[in-house]
Design a protein around this ligand. Structure first.
Ligand SMILES: C[S@@+](CC[C@H](N)C(=O)[O-])C[C@H]1O[C@@H](n2cnc3c(N)ncnc32)[C@H](O)[C@@H]1O
Length: 266
């Protein structure tokens, strides 16, 4: 295995103080919901460390327009109650949850390639949500919905136990500095919660290009009693996960990518 690069900063950078005119990275509704759930309601007094920070990032006019016009059509608002996927998608089908879809290129391709499955994409940042809303509309993707909210709360509050056919976590923010590792999404408590939401026989598929995060993922997933590795160690990239542009470039430069596919045990 090669030592992975450091030219891959976390996508999330803190909001720039004093840059109040810049567009907020999340909608006012999401902002309010996040603020109101700063203390996790089902664990009195407890908070969880967010795996993202609010950004005031660039958003294109197209993404902004998509947010304004299409959020109501293709997204499901966060609510602290269980989601009925059959009602949300208008049909009963296996549901796959994707956490942190970024700009949604991969999400779109997978949803189009697997029309028999329902895909629920969770992302917090506005430009990404706007981008995927535009893709859903333009490609008429009936089996894809978005929730713009912290995935930890979505999983905890909206996803019923033993209900998901699969979970995708692709290239989660690596938080490379040691003092930020606590922000990494793949940690024992969240993976235990997430595993409890997967139906027996369902899968969780993670991918990262950050070697020490890959090692952490293997350790965390490997030590979760509800999960079992489908292979010995890292898995080959399955055909359904397309190579991203970024990944293609990285592989050409000799950087590694690690896929992990575990199944929920009965
Ligand atoms: C490094 S990007 C990867 C995006 C995409 N999966 C890809 O492969 O290009 C990680 C994404 O996860 C999102 N994210 C991080 N923590 C999240 C959370 N708790 N809930 C929802 N989205 C989250 C970030 O906003 C960011 O867009």
């Amino acid at each position: 295995m090669t030592t992975n690069r450091s030219a891959n900063p976390p996508v999330n950078t803190p909001a720039i103080p004093g840059n109040a005119d810049a567009p907020a990275s999340v909608s006012p509704q999401t902002e309010a919901a996040l603020a109101s759930t700063a203390h996790a309601p089902n664990s009195p007094g407890a908070t969880h460390i967010r795996s993202f920070v609010h950004r005031r990032g660039h958003i294109t006019q197209g993404q902004q327009a998509a947010l304004e016009q299409l959020l109501g059509k293709w997204s499901i608002p966060y609510a602290a109650r269980r989601l009925d996927p059959a009602a949300a998608f208008g049909r009963a089908a296996p549901t796959v949850l994707e956490i942190g879809f970024g700009m949604g290129e991969t999400t779109e391709k997978i949803a189009l390639a697997r029309p028999g499955d329902n895909f629920l994409g969770v992302e917090v940042f506005n430009a990404g949500v706007g981008s995927l809303l535009r893709r859903i509309e333009d490609s008429s993707i009936p089996n894809l919905r978005i929730i713009q909210h912290d995935a930890v709360e979505v999983v905890r509050d909206m996803i019923a136990p033993d209900s998901l056919a699969g979970v995708h976590i692709y290239f989660p923010d690596p938080w490379p500095k040691k003092r930020h590792h606590k922000r990494r999404l793949v940690q024992p408590p969240f993976i235990a919660l997430l595993a409890s939401r997967i139906a027996p026989g369902g899968y969780i598929h993670c991918a990262t290009d950050w070697e020490d995060y890959a090692v952490q993922m293997l350790d965390v997933l490997g030590n979760e009693p509800q999960l079992k590795n489908t292979v010995d160690g890292y898995a080959p990239r399955p055909d359904y996960r397309p190579l991203t542009k970024f990944e293609t470039r990285g592989l050409r430069l000799g950087h590694g990518v690690w896929d992990l596919i575990f199944k929920r045990v009965a």
